[in-house]
Design a protein around this ligand. Structure first.
Ligand code: NAG
Ligand code: NAG
Ligand code: NAG
Ligand code: NAG
Ligand code: NAG
Ligand code: NAG
Ligand code: NAG
Ligand code: NAG
Ligand code: CU
Length: 596
């Protein structure tokens, strides 16, 4: 052993000993989840063939269906959600999209960052604590490979006393339908030679749809348009969930074009009137819609209008896919077996920067001013195309499910911190510590994060819905070219940025030379939630192609606050925090320390 490694081992030993301390000081409880423990929610994940829009596809299903069952939780309480991986060979995790402030350290469901995946035939107990103020629209989905194309479901945090009045609510969950299997798509994107997934075959509403460009079908549930049943003269809260794998859509209702946005990504907004929505993968919107008066309905029926289409069109892809659902009122006849011969609505082409600088929070949200910003980090996106692969890089590096040999948080514990990012080297290197490929920040910092698009290797640009785990950011807009601090500060005057968790990096030009700066999206973030968090494009294909980053918030004691030995069961694949048919799991109770 050289002197240097001896010194390092000694340091590791000291750090290792220091780590024992927090577990004693903080006293996180370990509990054995045997038959006396009852989870609040149970999800069982399987794989089988399912028919959607008249096509059969082998898919990952939650409780036997896609989308999975709706989960409704309340604010200010702790929940345990048990997720069974009943699949034969595939790994699984479950992510609580938009709720990551509410996830305990190993419960965020990101396989390459916060936890080992749940091995086949094992289960994992996720601990969530939606805080007061989190009421809103979310979804849960697998975070492995392409599974989330089918493995997702609505997650609603209920409000005892919503600030808006409405009679009822309806969920509109949007998903893609690719006909290739997950495995074909994953293999094509991640092993040479690179093969693109192809384009989506359909955009489904609540798992339903008709095949595109074909005639009428038999109208069973698996091959018919989704129905949204409403009554006249009522106000509905429509919760739109962008659970698509790839598709960025525009949508609107026939005959119901007075929509009032009241919530985006889990935060209430001041009402904003729109007549259509643009929704990217990962985004959610609640809108209030007043239904027709009885006289209007009768008039429409006299004119042969018995149903009103929800028309959906994909944007910014080589082909635009158009699909529908129907809004229906009781008493009228309707037909869910036929799409209209001619689209009833002309949806606008992509509005670049849609609602940027316009949405306002319902209540003051502590938006950080420029003076409060402590550091600006630019994440520069490039795309590398070579003979065999297409890869996305952030500041020169990709991050994929297979990049870290261990989930990063697990590695920090297992490797006794030798993998902890160097804050100094990150600060000197534009924000990223390139030894660990992570972006560290100290608690209390206010970051300005700029996602900067550059010309791509094959010349072709895409849109990218960027999603952050761990915290909601304040969205400070987007634009063409290069981010310009002075210009944007000018634009922000008189606006009140909202907090979001997924916003679009638009495409301002279809192609551009490599290296040219061709559009940006910017966020401000108060660094408060210690931990290891992903920020990534929410297009599942792009994630597999490397478009993910990992952020480490807090110092060693903050990030590893659970301490040894409490975390032991989380540190190996199939470890004691994971249960199976012959073993109950042992879990850290991070929030709830009652004994029920
Ligand atoms: C999922 O299915 C299991 C039984 O297989 C059931 O116990 C559970 O309640 C279901 N979950 C939801 C959220 O409906
Ligand atoms: C499941 O995850 C483990 C741990 O990361 C890995 O070794 C294994 O190859 C994965 N299995 C599959 C089928 O991807
Ligand atoms: C649509 O909304 C606007 C603004 O809220 C309102 O003035 C108008 O009367 C509404 N129209 C209908 C048909 O409800
Ligand atoms: C729906 O419309 C199609 C085409 O017009 C027709 O063939 C089918 O019988 C209709 N179904 C119902 C239930 O009315
Ligand atoms: C092509 O890119 C992939 C992914 O970045 C890389 O692993 C591979 O080595 C590259 N091949 C060549 C020939 O450069
Ligand atoms: C990593 O960052 C250092 C500066 O901290 C720089 O000197 C070095 O070239 C970088 N390495 C790569 C591969 O980008
Ligand atoms: C964005 O900037 C590029 C380069 O200047 C230009 O070619 C393109 O037309 C711009 N796009 C829009 C939508 O303004
Ligand atoms: C349950 O997990 C334990 C520990 O990994 C393992 O030894 C046992 O074989 C597993 N049981 C089943 C039925 O898979
Ligand atoms: Cu993307």
């Amino acid at each position: 052993m050289t002197t240097k490694t001896a010194v390092m081992s000694f340091c590791r030993l000291l750090i290792g000993l220091a780590l024992v301390l927090p577990s004693i000081v903080n006293g996180y409880k370990l509990r054995y989840h045997d038959e006396s423990f009852t989870p609040d929610v149970v999800l069982r994940v399987t794989e089988s063939s399912i028919s959607r829009a008249c096509s059969t596809r082998y898919s990952v299903l939650i409780n036997g269906t896609a989308p999975g069952p709706e989960i409704r939780l309340r604010q200010g309480r702790t929940y345990w959600i048990r997720v069974y991986n009943d699949m034969e060979t595939q790994n699984l995790t479950m992510h609580w999209h938009g709720l990551s402030m509410a996830a305990s350290p190993f419960s965020d469901g990101s396989p390459q960052a916060s936890q080992w995946p749940i091995a086949p035939q094992y289960f994992f107990d996720y601990e969530l604590h939606p805080d007061v103020g989190d009421a809103g629209t979310y979804f849960y989905h697998s975070h492995i490979g392409f599974q989330a194309m089918s493995a997702s479901g609505p997650l609603i945090i209920e409000d005892d006393d919503p600030p808006y009045q409405y009679d009822e609510e309806r969920i509109v969950h949007l998903s893609d339908l690719f006909l290739k299997t997950d495995e074909e798509i994953e293999t094509g994107l991640t092993t040479p030679p690179y093969v693109w997934s192809g384009e989506t075959n359909n955009v489904l509403v609540n798992g339903q749809g008709l095949p595109l460009n074909t005639g009428a079908r038999d109208g069973d549930n698996e091959c018919s348009l989704a129905t949204i049943l409403v009554e006249p003269e009522k106000v509905y809260r429509l919760r739109f969930i962008g659970a698509t794998a790839l598709s960025f859509v525009s949508l609107a209702f026939q005959g119901h074009n007075n929509l009032s946005i009241i919530e985006v990504d889990g935060d209430y907004t001041q009402p904003l009137e729109v007549d259509y929505l643009q929704i990217g993968p990962g985004q959610r919107f609640s809108v209030l819609m007043r239904t027709k008066r009885r006289e209007e309905l009768e008039e429409d029926r006299a004119n042969g209008i018995n149903q009103y289409f929800l028309q959906i069109e994909t944007r910014e892809r080589p082909i635009s896919v158009r699909s529908y659902a129907v809004l229906i009122y009781p008493g009228g006849s309707y037909n869910v077996s036929t799409a209209p011969a001619n689209p009833p609505i002309t949806l606008p082409s992509t509005a670049l920067g849609w609602l940027d600088y316009e949405l306002r929070p319902l209540t003051p949200n502590n938006f950080p001013t420029l003076a409060e910003v402590t550091r600006r980090v630019t994440v520069t996106i490039t795309q590398i195309v070579n003979n065999t692969m297409v890869t996305f890089l952030q500041n020169g590096f990709p991050w994929t499910e297979s990049f870290p040999p261990m989930p990063y948080l697990v590695a920090l514990y297992n490797e006794e911190m030798s993998l902890f990012p160097s804050y100094e080297s990150a600060v000197n290197n534009g924000g990223m510590d390139n030894r660990t490929r992570t972006f560290p920040a100290k608690l209390g910092e206010v970051l300005e994060i700029v996602i900067q698009m550059t010309g791509q290797g094959n010349g072709i640009l895409n849109v990218h819905p960027f999603h952050a785990h761990g915290s909601h950011f304040y969205d400070i807009g987007s634009g063409n070219g290069t981010y310009d601090l002075v210009q944007n500060e000018e634009r922000l005057k008189g606006t009140e940025p909202v907090r979001r968790d997924t916003t679009m990096l638009y495409r301002y030009t279809r192609s551009g030379i490599a290296g040219a700066t061709l559009g940006w999206r910017a966020w401000r973030l108060r660094v408060t939630n210690a931990g290891v968090w992903l920020a990534h494009c929410h297009i599942l294909q792009h994630m597999m192609m490397g478009m993910q980053t990992v952020w480490v918030f807090g110092d060693r004691n903050d990030v590893l606050r659970l301490g040894y030995p409490a975390v032991k069961g989380y540190l190996s694949y199939g470890g004691e925090a994971y249960g199976n048919s012959s073993r109950w799991p042992t879990c850290v109770h991070y929030w709830d320390d009652d004994d029920d």
